[in-house]
Design a protein around this ligand. Structure first.
Ligand SMILES: NC(=O)C1=CN([C@@H]2O[C@H](COP(=O)(O)OP(=O)(O)OC[C@H]3O[C@@H](n4cnc5c(N)ncnc54)[C@H](OP(=O)(O)O)[C@@H]3O)[C@@H](O)[C@H]2O)C=CC1
Ligand SMILES: Nc1nc(=O)c2c([nH]1)NC[C@@H]1CN(c3ccc(C(=O)N[C@@H](CCC(=O)O)C(=O)O)cc3)C=[N+]21
Length: 269
C-alpha cells in the first residue's frame, strides 16, 4: 500500500499557527517583491494569495536595471520591511550576484543570499530555500526517519537539489545526488530508502527506480506533451510499490509556499 503524503493538509495546520503569529505581531509584517516586469510572475500571485490569507502585507515593486541596486539597498535598510524577494527573470545586463549581495540577508525570503547559502553549508542558522525545507518538513510530519537512511536526490539545481544536500546531511542521511551526467540512475535510485526528485522532466521515474516500500517525493514540475502539469514521477507506475508518495499536486508546492512565509513570520516572537 502507498500512503499519499498530503502537503496541503500539513500546510493548512502550519498556516493556522502563522495566522495567529501575524495577528499578534506588534506591527505589520511587510514583504516587498522586486520585479523587472510590468506583470508579476505566476509565483508572485500564488505567494500574494497566501500572504493575504495570513495577514501579511505583500507588495510588488517595479524596478529597472538602472535603479535596482539603489532600491534593493533602501528596502534592505527600511525597518518597516521584513522580507524581500526578487521576482521573475533578471535582465542579462545585470550582475545578479551583486544585486543579491545588496539584499539584507535577514530579509532574504528565498535563502539565496551568499551569506545564507554559506550558513547553510556551515550548518549555521540562517534563511533557507523554502522548497527543500518543505521536503524535510513533509518527511518529518509523516514521522519518516532520515537519520542513517540512504536518500537519492535527482537534480542539482540551486532552487531545490543543491540546497537539499546540506539539509539532508544535517539530518544524518547518506546522500547521493544524480544529475544529467549520472550513469545507471535506476540502479542507484532503486537502492534508496528515500527518493526526492527535482528535475522537471515529465514522469521519467518509473517503478524500476524505486525500491519496494521506499519513500518518493516528487518536486519537479514540467508540462507534458499534452500541455498538462506533470511531475518527475510516473505515479501510476510507482503507486503500490512505494511506501509513501508525495505527488507534484498537493504535495511540496503548497508546503513550499507556507515555508516561504513561515521563516519570516518566525522571526517575530
Ligand atoms: N513543487 C514546487 O513547489 C517547486 C518545484 N520546482 C521545480 O523543481 C525542479 C528543479 O528546479 P531547480 O532546482 O531550479 O533545478 P534546475 O531546473 O535548475 O535544474 C534541473 C536539474 O535536473 C538535472 N537533470 C536533468 N535531467 C536529468 C536526468 N535525466 N536525471 C537526473 N537529473 C537530471 C539537471 O542536471 P544538470 O545539472 O547536469 O544539468 C539539473 O541539475 C524544476 O522542475 C522546478 O520547476 C522548483 C521550486 C518549487
Ligand atoms: N525560486 C523558485 N522558487 C519556487 O518556489 C519556484 C520556482 N523558483 N520556479 C517555479 C516553481 C513552481 N512553483 C509553484 C509553487 C506553487 C504552485 C501552486 O500551484 N500551488 C497551489 C497548490 C497546488 C497543489 O495542490 O500542489 C496553491 O498554492 O494553491 C505551483 C508552482 C514554485 N516554483
Amino acid at each position: 500500500m502507498t500512503v499519499i503524503m498530503d502537503g496541503k493538509k500539513i500546510s493548512a495546520e502550519l498556516q493556522d499557527g502563522l495566522k495567529r503569529k501575524v495577528s499578534e505581531a506588534a506591527e505589520d509584517i511587510r514583504v516587498v517583491t522586486l520585479g523587472f516586469h510590468e506583470t508579476p510572475s505566476f509565483l508572485y500571485k500564488r505567494r500574494k494569495k497566501l500572504a493575504d490569507k495570513l495577514g501579511i502585507v505583500y507588495d510588488y515593486h517595479l524596478i529597472s536595471p538602472a535603479d535596482s541596486h539603489e532600491i534593493m539597498t533602501a528596502f534592505s535598510q527600511n525597518q518597516k520591511i521584513s522580507g524581500l524577494v526578487l521576482d521573475g527573470e533578471i535582465p542579462d545586463s545585470l550582475d545578479e550576484f551583486s544585486l543579491r549581495l545588496a539584499m539584507a540577508p535577514d530579509k532574504d525570503m528565498e535563502g539565496f543570499h551568499p551569506i545564507n547559502q554559506g550558513k547553510l553549508l556551515l550548518g549555521e542558522k540562517g534563511l533557507v530555500p523554502p522548497t527543500p525545507l518543505a521536503a524535510i518538513a513533509l518527511l518529518k510530519a509523516y514521522d519518516i526517519p532520515i537519520n542513517g537512511k540512504h536518500v537519492v536526490v535527482f537534480g542539482r539545481g540551486k532552487v531545490v537539489g543543491k540546497p537539499l544536500i546540506p539539509l539532508l546531511l544535517k539530518e544524518n542521511a547518506t546522500v547521493t545526488v544524480l544529475h544529467s551526467r549520472s550513469k545507471e540512475p535506476e540502479k542507484i535510485a532503486s537502492q534508496a530508502d528515500i527518493v526526492i526528485s527535482a528535475v522537471g522532466k515529465p514522469r521519467f521515474i518509473n517503478g524500476d527506480y524505486i525500491k519496494e516500500g521506499a519513500v518518493v517525493v516528487d518536486i519537479g514540475m514540467s508540462t507534458d506533451e499534452s500541455g498538462n502539469l506533470s511531475g518527475d514521477v510516473d505515479s501510476d507506475a510507482v503507486m503500490g510499490k512505494a511506501g509513501y508518495l508525495s505527488l507534484v499536486k498537493g504535495g511540496i508546492s503548497p508546503l513550499g509556499l507556507t515555508m516561504f512565509m513561515k521563516q519570516i513570520v518566525d522571526q517575530y516572537k
